[in-house]
Design a protein around this ligand. Structure first.
Ligand SMILES: C[S@@+](CC[C@H](N)C(=O)[O-])C[C@H]1O[C@@H](n2cnc3c(N)ncnc32)[C@H](O)[C@@H]1O
Length: 256
């Protein structure tokens, strides 16, 4: 299917979406927190968390004494966060504010078809000298194992479904050019991957990713239910071990 139909691919009904998002936080939060702490998050830092999801990073920023605003197209999961202002906004079209010391978005830019506009709005939200930190994945190594790629057809089907909605499978690398194009300086990038053990909680994040996409993958004839069942069963099997995607963290500074 060549054309795309831009929308947020995970905005469909899935009764385990809350659990899926929580497992993603569990997998990626420690690395994100370490990198944001290096950039500087402390008392009085003005932070904007974009596409905040359930808000674990916004809550962590507020816990360090920062002044935090969290925005998302869907704010229904951003409840009960102490010290976090919540605003509904679409980062591709809406002015998301000004004068922030730090703007952060994880697993967001990769999903929006109009990536350039999203990065422009985020750069505009920085004060001179402030930092933009984008975290998006490069999915190339996902499911690599010691002896090949696990369930390559299912992996390809899942990413085809996401790409149909506007996702880019190598967005982590694209972010470098997107940030340079809006005039940010000192742009630097690094990647981190996790080793995932079958049957563990991190493996369950990948299983729920496939479950969320299951109806769409089958409806478009990309794979059948038995192939997805086999992949999900492998993900739940202790002894299996594979690489996650690479989470690429790109940091840039607005000229002072
Ligand atoms: C994969 S989730 C990641 C959530 C969170 N950043 C995390 O890493 O745990 C993507 C989030 O981006 C939000 N989102 C998608 N498109 C958006 C847009 N155009 N503007 C603002 N938020 C968006 C979704 O509603 C969702 O909460």
């Amino acid at each position: 299917m060549a054309e795309t139909a831009p929308h947020y691919v995970f905005a469909t009904d899935f009764e385990r979406e809350e659990e899926r998002l929580a497992l993603g936080e569990r997998l990626w939060d420690p690395g994100t927190q370490a990198r944001l702490a290096e950039v500087g998050v402390g008392p009085g830092t003005r932070c904007l968390e974009v596409g905040a999801g359930r808000g674990s990073i916004a809550a962590w920023m507020a816990g360090r004494g920062a002044e935090v605003t969290a925005v998302d197209i869907d704010t229904s999961r951003l409840t009960g966060l102490h010290g976090v202002r919540v605003r509904q906004a679409d980062v591709t079209t809406d002015d998301i504010g000004r004068d922030y010391d730090l703007v952060h978005a994880r697993l967001v830019v990769q999903h929006v078809a109009d990536r350039a506009s999203a990065v422009r709005w985020m750069a505009a939200a920085l004060r001179p000298g402030g930092h933009l930190v984008l975290e998006d994945t490069d999915s190339t190594p996902l499911f690599d194992t010691a002896d090949g790629i696990m369930h390559e057809r299912v992996k390809r089907a899942a990413y085809a479904e996401m790409t149909y909605a506007g996702y880019h499978p190598r967005c982590g690398l694209l972010d470098i050019d997107l940030m340079t194009a809006v005039g940010l300086v000192d742009v630097r990038a690094e990647g981190r991957a996790e080793v995932v053990e079958g049957g563990g909680l991190n493996a369950r994040w990948f299983a729920l990713w496939l479950e969320h996409l299951r109806p769409a993958m089958i409806a478009r004839g990309r794979v059948d239910a038995a192939e997805i069942d086999a992949a999900v069963a492998d993900l739940a099997t202790p002894g299996h071990r594979w690489l996650s995607q690479v989470m690429v963290t790109v940091t840039g500074r607005k000229v002072a």
